[in-house]
Design a protein around this ligand. Structure first.
Ligand code: DC
Length: 231
């Protein structure tokens, strides 16, 4: 009998939470859910419907439309991880663009949006055997998670990683814009009144400013295996 657990990975933006979560899920044969992708999917919807732009947010219409927003995750066997779908359309690529990053924190402050997404996240995690990453997984979605990781790194290092990632994807971007987006999102995520990004007392902090991907994975895998064997 497998002793499946819930692994909650929270932390600042661009700390490599998704990369770590994906690698862990693959090794443990767990489901991986990127909750940021869900907030990004709602943001993408709002942009498509012209409900959000600079200095404008039609919150009322977006809340009205929430029932029409269906978010699903499907496993892509070629890539080896789950991808996000909005009303049947694969939007994995679209939601990573800067335009979505620029508005997503604002969308994530809307209580009705959070309520809908948290309910879906809890449902997906009911069976355990899950690695979920986000901002409020250990604090709100799964306070009972057996393993909670809180990831952070210096803002300049995070911005550089994100910048190189976006360049690689062919986006026309400059480093200072990425750095200010990272700092702005940190501020909104940590200071919002609903489900702010916090490190819970039972979370284990990992600052990966000077850690390699491999070193970080090894450390967290060890923690996970300890919890799984104890469970
Ligand atoms: O992890 P990410 O950068 O893709 O997340 C995008 C935004 O969504 C981030 O600025 C904060 C928000 N978010 C959130 O509020 N709660 C979550 N569980 C996940 C993301």
């Amino acid at each position: 009998m497998k002793n499946d657990i819930i692994i909650a990975i929270d932390g600042h933006s661009s700390t490599g939470k998704s990369t770590l979560a994906k690698e862990l899920a693959k090794i443990l044969n767990y489901i991986y859910i990127d909750t940021g992708a869900m907030y990004r999917a709602v943001t993408y919807y709002a942009l498509q419907k012209h409900l959000i732009s600079t200095n404008h947010l039609d919150k009322k219409q977006l809340i009205n439309d929430l029932d029409k927003i269906q978010i699903d995750f499907k496993f892509n066997s070629d890539k080896g991880f789950t991808e996000v779908y909005l009303n049947g359309q694969n939007i994995e690529k679209e939601i990573r663009q800067m335009q979505v990053s620029n508005f997503v924190s604002q969308i994530a402050t809307i209580p009705e949006v959070r309520k809908k997404l948290v309910a879906q996240q809890r449902k997906i995690g009911q069976q355990k055997g899950i690695v979920m990453d986000g901002r409020d997984i250990g604090s709100v979605v799964f306070p009972e998670a057996e393993l909670k990781i809180f990831m952070t790194a210096l803002p300049e290092i995070r911005a550089k990683r994100r910048y190189l990632e976006l360049l690689d994807k062919g986006e026309d971007i400059n480093y200072n814009d990425v750095l200010s987006n990272v700092l702005k999102r940190d501020k909104i995520d940590s200071q919002r009144s609903i489900s702010p990004l916090i490190m819970t007392d039972d979370a284990i902090k990992i600052d990966n400013s000077h850690l390699s991907r491999k070193e970080q994975l090894k450390a967290v895998l060890k923690l996970a295996e300890k919890k799984i064997n104890r469970n």
